[in-house]
Design a protein around this ligand. Sequence first.
Ligand code: DC
Length: 230
Amino acid sequence: MKFVVAIDGGAGSGKSTTAKAVAERLNFFYLDTGAMYRTVTLKYLQCGGNIKKIDMLLIEKIIKKTTIDLCREDHKTHVYLDEKDVTLEIRKPAVNNLVSPISALAKVRIWMVDKQREVAKGRDVVCEGRDIGTVVFPQAQVKIFMQADLKERARRRIKELAEKNINVTFDEVLDNLKFRDDFDSRRAHSPLKKAQDAIVVDTTHLTIDQEIDIVEKLVRERLENRTRVS
Ligand code: DC
């Protein structure tokens, strides 16, 4: 296995910003697993899937017929669903509201985890999600668990969405973050959970640069140790 940095944590805890920047600084591949679950959810919505009760037959069809690709273009990750760029669409409220129930399905997770391991094969990666340190890459050389106060996370998420011209209220964002964290932590299959050997980074009172520096330092220390040992 090449060098894997696993970053897990709740919605809006700073994982994506940190993972992207650390990957960039170290020249590692950045793997956003949340984007993959969002993309399946978007496909389900595009196919007219029932929102109240998930249609398992439709999910099985989607698993057989869907391609999801993550490509790095101009320092940005672009997400392709069946070769169409859906980078912005997967951040919309309709996807936010359904992604937790869809990603809790065992069939979806098995498919996604296979894909995530395939994408990471032979690469040094920074991989972010909910189950990276516990299930996807339990042997990751660095495991980080990020957390932050709920209201602070909501404020950051609103700002991020506004930059993408997606306008939502504070309460909508807060409710969605809370709903997803509860759902993601309580599901039976690979719930959101800190790996025993993960280092907790609380970002509530940190600036973006500070949180990136902390994680980068942790990774560089492990990288140096590895070089010294081998
Ligand atoms: O990181 P994000 O907010 O884009 O993730 C969207 C949803 O995808 C999240 O609420 C739960 C699910 N997810 C997951 O179940 N496992 C992962 N490794 C990543 C995301």
